[in-house]
Design a protein around this ligand. Structure first.
Ligand SMILES: Cc1ncc(COP(=O)(O)O)c(C=O)c1O
Length: 360
C-alpha cells in the first residue's frame, strides 16, 4: 500500500467490508435496446433512453461542430445554444436556460432561488442533486414524508420530482400547489408525459414556478434545462454558479438535443405508454409486485434481490437490483425501465425470465 494514500485505502476497505463499493460494468451497445454487458449479450431494461432516441440516425448525424471553448458568458455562447433554448422556451412559453447536466441544473436552480432566510419543503425521496442544491442554498429544510404535501405555512418553495425513479410513482401534484413556489424535477418525464411531452406536472394541469428537464434521458443526449419566469433566467445567467463558472455545452450536443426535441413526438410517447402497460399487465399475471404507474417499474424482490438480478442477467435481461442503503431494508427491488424502442417480444421475454428468476 502507498502510505501517502493510506487514509483513502482504509476508507475503500471499510466500504468493501460493508458491501458498499460500487463497480462499473462495461456496456458495449449492439444496437437499439441490446448490448454486450461485461461480455454477455443482453437486452437492456435499465436505460433512461425512454423514447429510444440515443442512437437515432438523425441524432447521431447531428453531432457536428466544436466545443464551446469557454463559459457561455465569455466566448462560448453559440447559435446552437440559443436555438435550443428558444425551442424549449417556446414549448413552455417561458424562458429556458441550459446546463451541462440535470445535476448541475438543480444545484443552480435551488441555490439561486433560495437563501438562508428561506424554508424549503422537500420530499423525502428527492434526488441527490435536489438535496445538494438545497444544502448549497443554506435554506432551512423541512422533509416531507414521500407523497404527503404537509407543507408548513411560510414555506418559500416546495420541491418534488415528476416521476420518482426508484419508486416509479407520480405524486398528486395539484396538492403541492399553494402560496409557496413549486419546483418540479421532470428528469424522468420530460418528453415522455404530458401535453407535448412537457412533463408530469402539466399532465395534471399544474404549472410549476420552476421546472427542470434533462436532455440526457428521453432525448438521448446529455445536458438539462430550467424554465421559469424571466427573472429566473436573469438570475441564473448572472449568479447560477454551475452556469457561470463552467464551459458551455459542446455545439454537437446542443444540435443533437434540438433534433431530439423534434423527434420526441406523440407516437413515441404512446409506444412508451403501451410498453409500460404491457409490462405491468405481464407482471401482474405472474404475481410480481410492481410499484408505481409509469415507465419506471420497480419490482419488489426482498432479500433475494441481487440473486434475482443475476438470474435475469443469466437469462439475457439487464435490470439492476437495488438494495439498502439506496432503498429501505425490506423494500429491495429490481428496477426495470421501459423504452418505446422495446419490442413486445422483449417485454414478454423479460416477464417470462422474471417469473423464473423470482422462484428460489
Ligand atoms: C430526479 C433526477 N434529477 C436529476 C438527475 C440528474 O440528471 P442528469 O443525469 O442529467 O445529471 C437525475 C438523474 O439520475 C434524476 O433521476
Amino acid at each position: 500500500m502507498n502510505e501517502r494514500y493510506a487514509s483513502l485505502a482504509r476508507r475503500v476497505e471499510a466500504a468493501r467490508a460493508d458491501g458498499l463499493l460500487r463497480r462499473l460494468r462495461l456496456v458495449e451497445p449492439t444496437g437499439g435496446t441490446t448490448a454486450r454487458v461485461d461480455g454477455r449479450d443482453v437486452t437492456l431494461f435499465c436505460t433512461n433512453d425512454y423514447l429510444g432516441l440515443a442512437d437515432h440516425p438523425e441524432i447521431v448525424a447531428a453531432y457536428r461542430g466544436s466545443g464551446a471553448g469557454a463559459s457561455r458568458l465569455i466566448s462560448g455562447n453559440r447559435p446552437a445554444h440559443v436555438a435550443l433554448e428558444e425551442a424549449i422556451g417556446a414549448l413552455y412559453g417561458r424562458p429556458a436556460t441550459l446546463f451541462g447536466s440535470g445535476f448541475t441544473a438543480n444545484l443552480a436552480l435551488l441555490s439561486t432561488v433560495l437563501g438562508p432566510d428561506d424554508t424549503v419543503a422537500s420530499d423525502a425521496l428527492n434526488h441527490a442533486s435536489i438535496i445538494d442544491g438545497v444544502r448549497l442554498s443554506g435554506a432551512k429544510k423541512v422533509i416531507l414524508d414521500h407523497g404527503r404535501p404537509d407543507i408548513p405555512t411560510g414555506t418559500r418553495l416546495a420541491v418534488v420530482e415528476g416521476l420518482y425513479s426508484m419508486d416509479g410513482d407520480i405524486l398528486d401534484l395539484p396538492r403541492y400547489f399553494g402560496d409557496h413556489w413549486l419546483a418540479v424535477d421532470e428528469a424522468h418525464t420530460f418528453a415522455c408525459l404530458g401535453p407535448g411531452g412537457r412533463g408530469a406536472a402539466l399532465a395534471k394541469g399544474v404549472v410549476p414556478d420552476f421546472l427542470m428537464g434533462t436532455l440526457g434521458k428521453a432525448l438521448g443526449v446529455v445536458g438539462a434545462f430550467v424554465v421559469g419566469p424571466p427573472e429566473l433566467r436573469d438570475l441564473l445567467v448572472s449568479f447560477g454558479r454551475s452556469f457561470v463558472y463552467t464551459t458551455g455545452l459542446p455545439e454537437p450536443v446542443a444540435r443533437a438535443a434540438l433534433v431530439g426535441l423534434r423527434l420526441a413526438n406523440d407516437e413515441r410517447r404512446e409506444r412508451l405508454a403501451h410498453n409500460a402497460r404491457r409490462l405491468r399487465v405481464g407482471l401482474w399475471q405472474i404475481g410480481a409486485r410492481a410499484l408505481g404507474d409509469a415507465h419506471v417499474v420497480p419490482v419488489l424482490t426482498g432479500e433475494r434481490t441481487m440473486a434475482v438480478a443475476e438470474a435475469l442477467l443469466d437469462r439475457g435481461y439487464f435490470a439492476p437490483g437495488i438494495r439498502w442503503p439506496t432503498v429501505p431494508q425490506g423494500q429491495e427491488r429490481v428496477r426495470i425501465t421501459v423504452s418505446a424502442a422495446h419490442t413486445e417480444d422483449q417485454i414478454d421475454g423479460l416477464v417470462e425470465a422474471l417469473d423464473g428468476a423470482l422462484r428460489p
